[in-house]
Design a binder for this molecule. Sequence first.
Ligand code: ZN
Ligand code: ZN
Length: 596
Amino acid sequence: MPEKKNTNEKGLAKASSKALAKTAPKPKRPRRRSRGSQGRKKKATATLRIIPLGGLDAIGKNMTAFECNGDIILIDAGLMFPDDEHTGVDLILPDYTYILENADRLRGIVITHGHEDHTGALPYLLKDIDRSIPILGTKLTLGLIEGKLEEHRLSKQPKLVEVHRGGSTKLGCFELEFFTVNHSIPGAMGVFMHTPAGNVLHTGDFKLDETPIDGELTDFAALARFAAQGVDLLMSDSTNATSRQFTKSEAEVGVTLRSVIGAAKQRVVVAAFSSHIHRVQQICDAAQLAGRKVAVTGRSMLTNTRIARDLGYLNVPDDLIIDAYDVGNYPPEKTVVLCTGSQGEPLSALARMSVGEHKTIDIERGDTVIISATPVPGNEKSVTRIVNQLSKVGADVWDKNRALVHVSGHAGAEELKLVLSLVKPRHFLPVHGEATHLRAHARLAEAVGVDANNIFILDNGDSLVMSDGVVKRGEGVESGIVYVDGSSVGDIGANVLRDRQSMSNEGAASVAVVIDSKRGKLVSDPVITMRGIPGFDNDDFIVEARDKVAKVVRESLDNHKPDANRIKKQERDALSSFIWKRAHRRPIIMPIVIEI
Ligand SMILES: [Zn+2]
Ligand SMILES: [Zn+2]
């Protein structure tokens, strides 16, 4: 098992990588013969450090730092959306302290595509680093980033540099070649990196759709060319490594959409990812074919369709699109509503429509609703809730369990094996996945012949060190997750989340006393407020609690000099044990002492 081997090696590898970094000894093994090896031989002392800061514990917050000869570049800067465990948290970012500490050496940020798990940390990162550091991406990627940065009202515009797939650029000592990959958003790319220490191929998110909507296939020829030059390390998308299938083509979704929309008797509502421009294109095409107009609703759907149309990625005639406010002016059988909410987000357009709270559109009995997406792990419950609500209303709901109204944007196991076989990497680092996906991908690599000793399963913050094309484990850096709650970034830690969970599970109570500290007396009865505790609205319960606390505080004041901290603790303990005895709850208790 590759992971076992790696775990065992960890201590040793750490020590040797330290030596590598400081003294850069010659590699023990001779270099494999390859066209790219000659240039590197002259600079055999160079080391490349690869530090994934996010993306190895979940499908989200992808960010990897590459460091060579004092230059650092980042590939991707993404976020993750919280689930039920993260009470009140809006977003989760990778901990990029290492980048902030070394910001003077950051030469550029390459963004592989416009999904938020690759772009979403940028507005936060850019608040803390020099805005003149270039951000590289394709046209649509940069367009979507610009939209996000505007929402964050960054005072000084960052330097967005458009790159082309098939093109190359230099950032510090990194020579980067970009190549087309097919994914669930247009303009996606992978990166082939030449460094003085060796070559790295980063696939970005991809699948091998043979019949893509825009004709942009994953660039096999480029992959073969990189393989010929020698790929010392391959970093590849693991999202669907556990899926045995070859991921179906996006074009097949179009067939289903045309059939469902064509057969619908009343209004059709389609919820999709707003960044899935090809899906949006197919929905618009199917609507047009059925003689229906398309009304777009939901903030991100409006923004992203506007950007995609402006940049030429979405081709729809102007008269196809109508304003959501005008939907009522058309017969239901002549409209398709394209909306957000495919993830069950409670404030999304679909969620509002399902409970009759949308400003302009109601869903009625007999309407057709297509959920053209799959729930991201953690969102299943919310999506089910909305589907149930829509079913109650009498809508005819189509989701991926019923028909092919969605396909994944990520390669399945067979595609991953194909890429591994084509690229023939010397070392392999599975990325973009949960623990299970990374390990499944590692097994695929081993199955196609990558040496098990050269396959690395890392955690965020671990590192690999490459020298003359040989990769070993390196020293880790500070890593973890950062919670964003409203405008506060990083102020919330595990303690705050624990308190929030306690409050939601057990309730909360406050107890306040006023003491005359000179005379050592309680001035009046304690004031107790409780929320979310069974029986808290019963006056007798409150009076009894108040008397218990008053007794404890009075006894304390009779026997000791007044001490606010001690009294706070006694208040809390007295109320806590009373509530436990009566209600079997352990609420958060906020004790207050006012001294006069
Ligand atoms: Zn993606
Ligand atoms: Zn992704």
